[in-house]
Design a protein around this ligand. Structure first.
Ligand code: AHR
Length: 499
């Protein structure tokens, strides 16, 4: 690592944009044990009267989620939402083709709404653009959002839900650019179908917000043309454009993996440019923002096909310290890109590619659980444009990168702020000066740190608290300056108060 002096400059006047609360969202798919044995397990002694696992609900609340995307994912593209409503004993068991599992449909749209209410999050529903029709998409909006007096709204009431669900966020399909998707379409065919679906859906309820499928990741051969083409067609009918990405340390090159933020930022920058281009080309006054509605680390090779079992163990990744530091950087990127990124959903919230695993007798949390919890609870108000000077660390993939990855927030109403710092160096402590430039009297209030000496270190059922975020002594701040000592492989969160 180069040895130059490190400084972090913060000025509460230097804002990027308000932080959208919807950046702290989650994703639930009918895949593996996310729904069954994850959030819904009516036979478990840990379940409440609705069959929802109480320990999982408590952890999700602790993580302060704001929005929840459902029911898929690849599952969505073969799903008939009618299978999942009405009396449970009449719901069909079906072969689910995306994950080659058996879907019992005991959990569906209404159970999902109960779940959202239980943890106080906004629901975000997907409509099937694979095998599904634009009519079925429109019907689901009517079923969920129309008060009463029509076929679909009365059907909902007859299912025990008199009040409309008022679902505001709607994903128009899932990963339709992917050849693996049931009913995959090319960009123009998808753009046209999505436009017609969104038109009908918005005629049902003009207050809804729609999300267009973007590229499944930035390595797709059709990226970013897919995005441009679909956006050019459907622009005026869409409010968000989705991005998906799963990170991984596939080559066991931890230095490069710990610089993943650079890749995340460039993905956002390209799509930000695409949005501006399409808006200009269409001479439009309408804006479309980004919804990063699937993001997570996923590469460790667990099975992904269920052999037609009910709730098979699929993609139950074990997350370690390096994964948590990548998650922390991802959240930093969300703040730094908050001018264009307005929704983000971690995929998924329990068991499947998740930092939380259930067993019949308990719940295990991996280190990235704590990184998300700290940012979702403390990043409020405006994202700040932080200037960082830090020594460089060499990486194969990104060249020399600063050892520190930083974001910060400040809420002018409460006069509280937060600073989020990853030290991505594998070996070196970085001593940095924190410089508060706006002339206000500021003090550091609370401080936490997640750190370890081995990037592969993880929690286990035997040692569940090996890596958690600890409260650390709060550094002193005098005349707007403080010195922080940031250990290698660490994520530090500091909250601030101005007088
Ligand atoms: O989250 C798991 C899968 O990853 C989703 O079903 C799909 O959208 C993505 O490829």
């Amino acid at each position: 690592m180069s040895t130059s002096k490190s400084q972090i400059f913060i000025d509460t006047n230097r804002t990027i944009a308000p932080i959208s609360p919807l950046l702290f969202g989650g994703f639930i798919e009918h895949m593996g044990r996310c729904v069954y044995e994850g959030i819904y397990d009516p036979k478990s002694p840990l379940a409440d009267e609705r069959g929802l696992r109480k320990d999982v609900l408590a952890a999700l609340k602790d993580q302060a989620y704001t929005v929840m995307r459902y029911p898929g994912g690849n599952f969505l593209s073969g799903y008939n939402w009618l299978d999942g409503v009405g009396p449970k004993e009449k719901r069909p068991s079906r072969r689910e083709l995306a994950w080659q599992s058996t879907e019992t449909n005991q959990f569906g749209t209404n159970e999902f709404m109960d779940f959202c209410q239980a943890i106080d999050v906004a629901p975000m529903l997907g409509v099937n653009m694979g095998t599904g029709t634009i009519q079925a998409a429109s019907d689901l909006v009517e079923y969920c959002n129309v008060d009463s007096g029509t076929y679909w709204s009365d059907l909902r009431a007859s299912h025990g839900y008199r009040q409309p669900h008022n679902v505001r966020y709607w994903c128009v399909g899932n990963e339709m650019d992917g050849p693996w998707q049931i009913g995959h379409l090319d960009a123009a065919a998808y753009g046209n179908k999505a436009l017609e679906a969104a038109k009908m859906m918005k005629w049902q309820d003009p207050s809804i917000k729609t999300v267009l499928c973007g590229s499944s990741n930035d390595q797709m051969p059709t990226y970013p043309d897919w995005d441009r083409t679909a956006l050019e067609i459907a622009w005026e009918h869409m409010d968000y454009h989705s991005m998906h990405y799963y990170a991984g340390n596939r080559d066991n090159d931890t230095a490069s993996y710990l610089a993943s933020a650079l890749g995340f930022e460039s993905f956002v920058d390209t799509l930000d440019g695409t949005l501006r281009y399409v808006k200009a080309k269409r001479r439009s006054k309408h804006d479309v923002y980004l919804s990063w509605d699937e993001w997570q680390v996923w590469y460790k090779g667990d099975p992904m096909q269920g052999d037609w079992a009910e709730a098979p163990h699929l993609a139950e990744e074990i997350y370690n310290l390096e994964d948590a530091l990548v998650v922390a950087q991802w959240l930093n990127v969300f703040l730094r890109k908050s001018h264009v990124l307005k929704i983000a959903c971690v995929a998924q919230i329990v068991n499947v590619i998740s930092w939380m695993h259930t067993r019949s007798d308990g719940l295990l949390k991996f280190p990235s659980y704590y990184a998300f919890k700290l940012v979702s609870n403390y990043a409020k108000g405006d994202a700040l444009d932080v200037t960082v000077k830090a020594p460089y660390v060499p990486t194969k993939t990104y060249g020399d990168v600063p050892a520190l990855d930083v974001s910060a927030s400040y809420d002018a109403e409460t006069q509280q702020g937060a600073i989020f710092v990853v030290n991505r160096s594998l070996t070196d402590t970085v001593t940095t000066e924190l410089v508060w430039q706006d002339g206000q009297e500021v003090c550091l209030d609370q401080a936490w740190q997640l750190s370890g000496s081995d990037p592969k270190e993880a929690n286990s059922w035997e040692e569940p608290n090996r890596l958690v975020a600890h409260a650390i002594p709060v550094p002193q701040m005098e005349n707007g300056r403080s010195t922080l000592s940031l250990p290698p492989l660490s994520f530090t969160v500091l909250t601030t108060r101005t007088a």
